[in-house]
Design a protein around this ligand. Structure first.
Ligand SMILES: Cc1ncc(COP(=O)(O)O)c(C=O)c1O
Length: 346
């Protein structure tokens, strides 16, 4: 199967070797040296005081929400944020918070628009406590929130006493595309998580970073959620290799995405969104075929991609997608298009 999901990346041999030889201890007591090394490295990369290893990005986001809010507080999110769409309602079901979805510009929240939606202090309203930014933005197609926008949002948060959290599952993709250190991109945020899996290729894990005080609260939240792990150095060992070898390599994924987008744009009738990072989005409406139908057809070709009904299909490039895999996708789409173009028998 050729998978155009960056969540399907497999660990490198270096990661497997590092896992096999990692010094381990009981991380719930802070005694796993490999986890401690990873957390220190991650905090430094994010320019924050401290960091904590999480089993998943979903738990990292939820722990951040629990650490910044009280039940019945309001959280401001981009209307199609991963936190709203794909995290099983944890912000409400577990943290007891009320989401306020604000439409972004291709996933990028603008301070003016957020300001228009804020209702101000009034005993009828929930207390607005937190603003979340997703960088890069998944549903919008790997789009980047740049430093200038982060600064605007910081000012807004200061004016309204909001904490600013970055869902940075793919923050290194954004930083690499902008050619700046990730720390610069999240300097205005109070907390940020990034994924070790996905493009960085580690098999599991995420890291949540912020001030010492925030990370102390996040450790408690992680424990409450059942995310305190014992010899978690086996996860951290792969994570350390990911940080050492995976970040710069993301450039290759971006180049591959641009090249794939150009090949797909050459297919008549297909609308292709230019790739800002490692996502290529196509619109299938011109072929008279729905996103779900196209993804099912691709599956028969041994190709996995994600559908965004009614007519958007998402392809994400990663370490295991080279020219051969991209060309296999183009060939499959050419064939499928040929069938779509033929008049269907009644
Ligand atoms: C933007 C974003 N945030 C959070 C997550 C959640 O990460 P995980 O799958 O590790 O829970 C994802 C996963 O794809 C994501 O794309």
């Amino acid at each position: 199967m050729i998978s155009f999901y960056d969540t399907s990346t497999l660990p490198t041999q270096d990661m497997l070797d590092a896992i096999a030889s990692a010094p381990l201890g009981d991380d719930v007591y802070g005694l796993d040296p490999t986890v401690n090394e990873l957390e220190a490295a991650a905090a430094a990369l994010m320019g924050k005081e401290a960091a904590v290893l999480m089993p998943s990005g979903t738990m990292a986001n939820l722990a951040a929400v629990l650490s910044w809010t009280h039940p019945a507080d309001e959280i401001v999110l981009e209307a199609e944020a991963h936190l709203l769409y794909y995290e099983a309602g944890g912000i409400s079901g577990v943290a007891g918070c009320v989401p306020l979805g604000v439409p972004g510009d291709r996933g990028v929240l603008r301070a003016e628009e957020v300001e228009r939606h804020l209702r101000g202090p009034d005993m009828h309203y929930p207390v607005t406590r937190l603003l979340c930014v997703e960088n890069t933005h998944n549903r919008a197609g790997g789009t980047i929130t740049p430093v200038t926008v982060m600064k605007e949002l910081r000012e807004l948060c200061d004016a309204h006493q909001l904490a600013l959290h970055v869902d940075g599952a793919r923050i290194f993709n954004a930083a690499i595309a902008l050619d700046i250190p990730a720390a610069e991109l999240v300097a205005d945020a109070d907390s940020v998580f990034f994924a070790l899996s996905k493009g960085l290729s580690a098999p599991v894990g995420a890291v949540l970073a912020g001030s010492d005080e925030f990370v102390g609260r996040a450790r408690r939240a992680r424990k409450m959620l059942g995310g305190g792990m014992r010899q978690a150095g086996i996860i951290a060992a792969a994570g350390l290799v990911a940080l050492r070898t995976g970040i710069d390599r993301l450039r290759e994924d971006h180049e591959q995405a641009r090249s794939l987008a150009a090949k797909l744009a050459a297919l008549p009738g297909l609308l292709v969104t230019p790739a800002e990072t490692n996502f290529v989005m196509i619109d299938t409406a011109g072929w008279g075929i729905g996103a779900g139908e196209l993804v099912a057809e691709l599956e028969a070709w041994g190709i996995a991609a994600s559908s965004r009904p009614p007519s958007t299909v998402r392809f994400v490039t990663h370490r295991l997608i080279g020219d051969a895999e991209a060309d296999a996708l183009v060939a499959a789409l050419q064939e499928i298009r040929g069938r779509c173009a033929r008049p269907r028998r009644r």
